[in-house]
Design a protein around this ligand. Structure first.
Ligand SMILES: [Zn+2]
Length: 234
């Protein structure tokens, strides 16, 4: 009898270890995926900064093109000045040239502002790239180490699962059935020790009569409160 109960206790121990390992694996996988998420977020951030820099460069090029057009217009108007017949036409053309030049100065001012913005954005991208590389290096290292932990835990899990199968085969069929039933009723743990007359599954007191019988260890007992199988550890 004692041996039969001991084999159920051994089975429970293996099952508890399996459950703990499964929880660990899930938590480690979550940690790892949150680390990978951090890398992805940093990559997205870099892409956004690159796109902002590219937009500024494009803006600068369009200012350049606009300024070139205005400069050409000024040149053409100045050439036409020589062939103008009346003073009125001459004055009108001078006015047009002045206006074009004023517009061009405004564009040149905008270009200077834009160049400053490009400088700042470029420095920003360089700084963020450096930061990203350092973070990625660290995270890749951490992630790899977590992955190793996961692989190791999975291997342990495989070994324990084999051990569990072997234990189950050795256990008396009726005892195993009682264990599985108790496990299902109690939601996880099928057999619990009783210490100082207290069931360690539900932490309630076992009636004295039952406690005495339990100590004799000659039959399989069930906790009257939580329905788990109970045993008296030597
Ligand atoms: Zn109990």
């Amino acid at each position: 009898m004692r041996e039969k109960i001991n084999s159920l206790v051994a089975l429970q121990k293996v099952e508890t270890e399996i459950n703990e390992l499964r929880t660990n694996i899930t938590m480690t996988e979550q940690k790892r995926s949150s680390l990978n998420g951090k890398i992805e977020a940093a990559e997205d951030d870099l892409k956004t900064r690159d796109a902002q820099l590219e937009a500024l460069r494009k803006k600068y090029r369009s200012f350049e093109a606009e300024s070139q057009i205005k400069t050409n217009s000024v040149q053409k108007s100045q050439e036409k000045l020589a062939s103008v017949k009346t003073n009125k036409e001459y004055q009108a053309m001078l006015k047009e040239i002045d206006e074009l030049k004023a517009l061009n100065s405004k564009i040149e001012e905008d270009m200077i502002v834009c160049l400053d913005e490009i400088d700042i954005a470029e420095a920003d991208v360089v700084k963020e790239q450096k930061k990203y590389k350092a973070v990625k290096h660290q995270i890749s290292h951490d992630s790899e180490s977590l992955q190793n932990d996961i692989l190791q835990a999975k291997q342990e899990l495989d070994e324990l699962t084999v051990e569990k199968g072997q234990l189950e085969q050795k256990i008396d069929k009726q005892f195993l059935a009682a264990f599985l039933q108790a496990k299902e009723r109690s939601g996880g743990v099928g057999i619990a020790p009783v210490l100082n007359a207290v069931c360690q599954g539900c932490h309630l007191n076992i009636p004295p009569q039952m406690f005495n019988e339990l100590q004799r260890g000659d039959s399989l007992k069930t906790c009257p409160h939580c329905d788990r199988l109970i045993y008296w550890p030597d």
